[in-house]
Ligand binder design. Structure first.
Ligand SMILES: [Zn+2]
Length: 420
C-alpha cells in the first residue's frame, strides 16, 4: 500500500504556532497550582474554549475530595479541582488517549507567576514546559488531524486533570478507566532539555509518619516527657540509611514539623517522605522496613507512631507494546528529520498510571524545556512546531493506516477490546 503524502497537513502546524505561543502565555499567566481551585477552574474555562473547535463531546467534572494528613498530624478532606475530558469518534476501530495536566507546582502565593521571552527563542514562565506547552502541542496536533482527510478514522479521548503534580490522587480512577477504553496513550509531559523522551520510569510512594510522645514541663518534669522530635529524628536517620541498601530504591525525607514552645517537651512531630523504586517487588521490602523502623519507636515507653500513605505510582516498565509505540514515534520523528531517543528516568507521571492500567504509552510528547519545577522553568518556542508536527503526523499515520499500530485488534493477539 502506498503511503499518502501527509506533508501539506503536517505543515499546517507552522501556521498555528503564533496563536499557540499567545495562548500558551495566556495559560501560564493563570496560576494553577494543584491546590488553587479558583485558578484551576479559570484555566479549565480557557481550555474548554481553546479545545471547543475540535468538536466531540466535552465533559467537565469536579474531582471532589480525597483525604490527607495535615501538618498537625490530623486527617482532613483534600479537595481537587475540575477535570476536562473530550471524546470524539468513539466508534472508530482504533482509540487513542491524550493526557495532560492543568496543575503546576507553583502555589498561588509563589513569586514565580509571570511569563517573559528569553533570548534564543525561549519562553520563561511557570508551567510553560510542564505542562501547558504540551497542551498546545496536543491541541494543534488534534486540529490538524480533524482538518485532514483522515478525520473520523481515529477515535480519541482527551483527559486534562488538575492533580498530577500531587500524584493524581483524585484523577487516578479516571485515568485507569480511560486507559481501559483506549488502545494506546500519548501524554504531553515535556521532553528532556535535549529532546530525549522518557522511557522506563521509576515508581513512587508518598508517606507521612506522625510521632506522638508525652508533653511535660521542660524544667520541672523533663523526665516525665517523651520527646516526639527525638523519636522523629531517630526514625528519619534510620530511614535515610535505607538509601544504598537496594539498587534502584531511594528514600527522601522531605518535610518535618512538630513541637512548640521550647520549655515544653514536644508530644507531636511529623515527617513526610518520598520513596522511588525501579521494580514493583521493592514495594514489599520498603513497607517491611518502614514497619521495622516504626516498631523501633513504638517499642520505647510512651511513644506512638502512625504511618500513612503508600505507593501511588507503579514503576513504568518497557513492555513489548510500549517499545513498539516508541519505535513508531521515533520512525515518525525520522520522517520529520528528528532523531528521537529515549532514556530511563527516576521521575514519574500519569504515564505510570496508564501503564499500570495496561495501556502502552509515550509520555513526553509535549514541548522541549528545562529547569521544570523551579523558577527557571523555560520551554523552546520552536518545539511548539517540531513537537506539534510529530504528534500530528503520528495521529494521521494511525488514522490512515491502522497497521501502523501493531497492537491494533486484528494485528496482534493481544489487541485490546474497544469500549471496555
Ligand atoms: Zn508535569
Amino acid at each position: 500500500m502506498t503511503e499518502p503524502d501527509y506533508t501539506p497537513w503536517v505543515e499546517r502546524i507552522d501556521a498555528l504556532a503564533a496563536t499557540a505561543e499567545r495562548e500558551l502565555i495566556r495559560l501560564a499567566e493563570i496560576n494553577s497550582g494543584s491546590n488553587n481551585l479558583p485558578g484551576l477552574r479559570a484555566l479549565a474555562d480557557v481550555l474548554a474554549q481553546q479545545f471547543a473547535p475540535l468538536g466531540g463531546t466535552l465533559t467537565r467534572s469536579e474531582l471532589g475530595c480525597t483525604r490527607r494528613i495535615n501538618d498537625a498530624g490530623e486527617e482532613e478532606p483534600w479537595e481537587h479541582g475540575p477535570m476536562l475530558s473530550i471524546r470524539k469518534w468513539p466508534g472508530a476501530p482504533l482509540q487513542v488517549l491524550l493526557v495532560g495536566h492543568m496543575d503546576t507546582v507553583f502555589p498561588v502565593d509563589h513569586p514565580f507567576q509571570s511569563v517573559r521571552a528569553l533570548p534564543q527563542g525561549r519562553l520563561h514562565g511557570p508551567g510553560v514546559a510542564d505542562l501547558k506547552g504540551g497542551l498546545m502541542v496536543m491541541l494543534n496536533a488534534l486540529s490538524v488531524l480533524e482538518g485532514s482527510p483522515w478525520a473520523g478514522r481515529l477515535g480519541w479521548e482527551v483527559l486534562l486533570n488538575p492533580d498530577e503534580e500531587i500524584g493524581s490522587p483524585g484523577s487516578a480512577p479516571f485515568l485507569a478507566a480511560a486507559a481501559g477504553r483506549n488502545h494506546l496513550g500519548l501524554v504531553f509531559e515535556p521532553s528532556m532539555p535535549d529532546g530525549t523522551l522518557a522511557g522506563v520510569r521509576k515508581g513512587s510512594g508518598n508517606f507521612v509518619v506522625v510521632f506522638r510522645g508525652r508533653a511535660a514541663h521542660a524544667g520541672r518534669e523533663h523526665h516525665l516527657g517523651r520527646n516526639a522530635i527525638r523519636a522523629m529524628a531517630d526514625f528519619t536517620s534510620s530511614l535515610d540509611d535505607l538509601n544504598g541498601q537496594r539498587p534502584g530504591v531511594t528514600v527522601n525525607p522531605g518535610f518535618v514539623s512538630g513541637g512548640g514552645p521550647v520549655n515544653v517537651v514536644p508530644d507531636r512531630a511529623l515527617l513526610r517522605f518520598n520513596v522511588r523504586i525501579d521494580q514493583v517487588e521493592h514495594e514489599d521490602w520498603v513497607l517491611g522496613e518502614l514497619k521495622r523502623l516504626s516498631s523501633d519507636i513504638t517499642g520505647r515507653d510512651g511513644f506512638e507512631v502512625e504511618l500513612h500513605g503508600g505507593f501511588g505510582r507503579k514503576p513504568k516498565p518497557m513492555t513489548t507494546d510500549t517499545r513498539r509505540l516508541f519505535e513508531l514515534v521515533a520512525d515518525t520523528g525520522k520522517r520529520l528529520g528528528m532523531d528521537l531517543a529515549w532514556a530511563s528516568t527516576g521521575g514519574c507521571c500519569d504515564g505510570n498510571n496508564l501503564a499500570a492500567a495496561g495501556l502502552p504509552n509515550v509520555d513526553t510528547l509535549g514541548v522541549v524545556g528545562g529547569n521544570i519545577h523551579s523558577d527557571r522553568e523555560y520551554m523552546e518556542l520552536e518545539s511548539l512546531i517540531s513537537r506539534g508536527r510529530l504528534s500530528a503526523l503520528l495521529l494521521m499515520r494511525l488514522a490512515s493506516d491502522q497497521t501502523a499500530w501493531p497492537g491494533m485488534p486484528g494485528n496482534s493477539a493481544q489487541g485490546r477490546g474497544n469500549g471496555r
